[in-house]
Design a protein around this ligand. Sequence first.
Ligand code: UD1
Ligand code: CA
Length: 455
Amino acid sequence: MERSCLAIVLAAGESTRMKSSMSKVLHPIGGRPMIAHVMESLAEAGISATALVLGRDAEAVEKVARRDEMAVSSYLQTERLGTAHAVLAAGAAIADGYDDILVVFGDTPLITAAPLLAARKGLAEGNDVVVIGFETTSPTGYGRLIVENGALVAIREEKDASEAERKITYCNGGLMAIDGRKALSLIEKIGNANAKGEYYLTDIVEVANAAGGSAIAVAAPETELMGCNNRAELAGIEAVWQRRRRHELMVSGVSMIAPETVFLAYDTAIAQDVLIEPNVVFGPGVTIESGAVIHAFSHLEGAHVGAGATVGPYARLRPGANLGPDSKVGNFCEVKKAEIGAGAKVNHLTYIGDAFVGAKTNIGAGTITCNYDGVNKHITQIGANAFIGSNSSLVAPVSVGDGALVASGSVITDDVPADAVAFGRAHQTIKPGRAKVLREQYLAEKAERKKSSAE
Ligand code: UD1
Ligand code: CA
């Protein structure tokens, strides 16, 4: 029978070292609060019940941590007396009775499902405590894992460790699984006689051993256990996350010429045979269909790019941009909340916002949809196979029918019927010889001014 599991997410920290107006677990990694990454890994590990231990910004943290497939309950830790004390804040949830208790940290967002499953497996094999550890060349600051004959004897916090213990490079990632039937009685035995005067969850190892139980450590990659205490560590975690996500996309069939210059969001979805050129940034909510090319220096957010479409270089797709198959949005173009039909072209220096552009329509350089009157947004509707001449302003609400042609430089304020030509510009007049007359006049005036100022 499957073992039941309660995950306890510790997120009550003050985040002092982040020097921030919000809790560190709300800071984004890949465009999403770091605690949401932790919750996703818990869901991937098949965990269906989670207790959040909250302090600062409790309401906001609870909101971003919620997930549909999981029962999430919240507990406040009002005094911050250590990690064991924090777990006990969720004591009522533990008392509901679970086979496994999994303790994770809200500020360790790179953890994946695999080590969590490995820790639970250790419980299923009869251990009372399974700690997730990692090997590192820089153990400073971490609790050290004291392992003898395959058994975990103790975890020693840096501040309480002897000279010899500090040389140990196998460290505590902070995450652990505990036998759910024994968890409360073990944690309640933990005291605070240590350098920091805190109730250390790590002391559970010695408590379990003293009670005749068994503890082991399972190793995970160091990168999965990187914790976030300050902005520099936040950037370090972001870098690891970006590398991991780029790699996943590349092995799934996405080409990147300079992957280290491409920045992804947690939900960036890119199909096979898409080419991403250097220096492209994805905000949340982007999907790209197969065969599309995203040229260099483009910025996309909340946008959909159809199969075979091309974007950029230097294009900006904002939320609601929906590019049809084989369409083109070229250099220095911005598209917002607009449909660009199949095969349509928006090639140069253009703003298309709150608009519909039909299939195969060509939007000339410098076209602007004037969608905003200072108070309200209005819609521009352009049909299929239309042609908008360069440097035209389409003053919304306005429509241009299928096959219509707008002369360049037009300011279009009235609807243009299908197949019509619209001129919305001043008539040109020619005055033969007049330029020469003017030039001579100006030169004469200038010479006169120079002469009088010299006198
Ligand atoms: C902890 C471990 C250490 C491990 C390291 C890994 C203990 C005693 N030490 O140390 O062995 O190597 O993590 O990163 O567990 N928290 C609360 N309430 C509290 C105290 C902490 O919610 O009263 C939360 C923090 O917000 C944080 C997590 O628990 O998310 C860990 O606490 P922190 O003080 O950062 O522990 P470390 O000293 O880093
Ligand atoms: Ca920490």
